[in-house]
Design a protein around this ligand. Sequence first.
Ligand SMILES: [Zn+2]
Length: 489
Amino acid sequence: MKLHALSSPEELLEKIDVLCVPSSKEKAEIIYKDVLTRLVHEDTLPSFADFSSLKGPFTVFYGHWKGHKIKVVYYTDNGQLTEASMYSLAKKMAIKIKSDCQGNIGLWLQPIEQEEVVQSAFAGWTAGHYDLGLYKHHDKNNGKQNAAEVFTYISDESILQAAQTGISVGIVQREVMNLVNAPSNQKSPASLGAWASRSAAQFNYTVTILDKENLTALGMDALLAVNRGSEHPAKCIITQYSHPEATKKVVLVGKGVLFDTGGISMKGPRNLHHMKSDMAGAAAVLGTVEACARLKLKVHVTAIAPTTDNSVDRLSINPGDVISSFAGKTIEVIDTDAEGRLVLADALAYGIKEYQPDVIIDLATLTGSIIGAIGMQAAGLFSKNDQLIESLRSAGTATGERLWPMPMYDEYHEDMQSDIADIRNLSDKPYAGSVTAAKFLEYFTDKHTSWAHLDIAGVGFQPNGFGKGHCATAYGVRLLLKWLTANGN
Ligand SMILES: [Zn+2]
């Protein structure tokens, strides 16, 4: 996304064919005076009373500037323009106009002064230009607009910087969406590792890929157990970006199950194709490290993505099998579909031992139970550290990537006790499944006092405007960047 930042409204109006104006009720009067009265002929201009009572969301006006026609697309939101609402507005606008409009597109953000809101406008705008048709044969000449460019006017250097930052964030989100939306026959632990290697080389951060031999030598037996049925050897992909002035060490762990059949405890056919998204946590943490490197944030951050698929094969683990783990604890595998917690158990234990983080946060499309509990409007947040809960929730509320705290009482752990091994991988109770999953993970965190688990099963892959069905949201990237910026140093 190339940004043409012009220094006056007049210069902007000379360059563009379409003017997109994301706004809110509180800004209506300024927009009316600055945009509509300037462009739209008084015969066709609605009265201010009519304009300010527009229900929206979209209204189109036609105006003229120095002899050329300009289509004005006004999108109004009833609330205030916050970081969260602006991201959502700009993303929806981009999705709508990319199929509807021709020519040069301008984005009118004045009179917004807050850098965070400008940043989220450009992030949403850039993310909204994502093309979900990864494998479609596009007619290259049929593009109606130049989606790679946007015009705006900005007079302040810090606002320009915020706009460029937003574009970088949106580009990373599109990368993350590509990884998650790719079907299982188009991705493997090796291809995800190759993506991380390319990104690390391009943006100057480090990557370490533990292959099957390394994992065996380290004793990552839980990850290897899940991988038994797969034709693709598991890998643990580790990326790290470190700013010289950073003082705090943060580790992010992301579940990287590239396709989850459920294994021998097989899932039903309904929406099984969604299971290509079971690596949304891995994509989010790898993307976040790339974003930190692109933006040169003052943080020291490591992403760990245990990566495999969970397939059905004569070699697959069976329900009732007892496996070992990196932490040396034995696990009774009651249900082979509860595999995400197995790969995370090894990655969490390894991350804590190897990197001794001040804070460790994992993101995982872990349980259907979290959707049963709180739906698709927030991710579940599990931690015993009140300060970490508060700071993560605050970042979630600000960005619109919401988090809702869930209980972590120790009584839940009793449901995970096994008769035959140190722990079982599925509760013996038919309820609180997202909580008992978190308690399973906690067992492998060596009582780390600053660990949080984010169950993103409801938010990582959902209907979000790019197509008819579910697709990736890149949930986690903006949340983690916000949190890291405020708390990561
Ligand atoms: Zn599963």
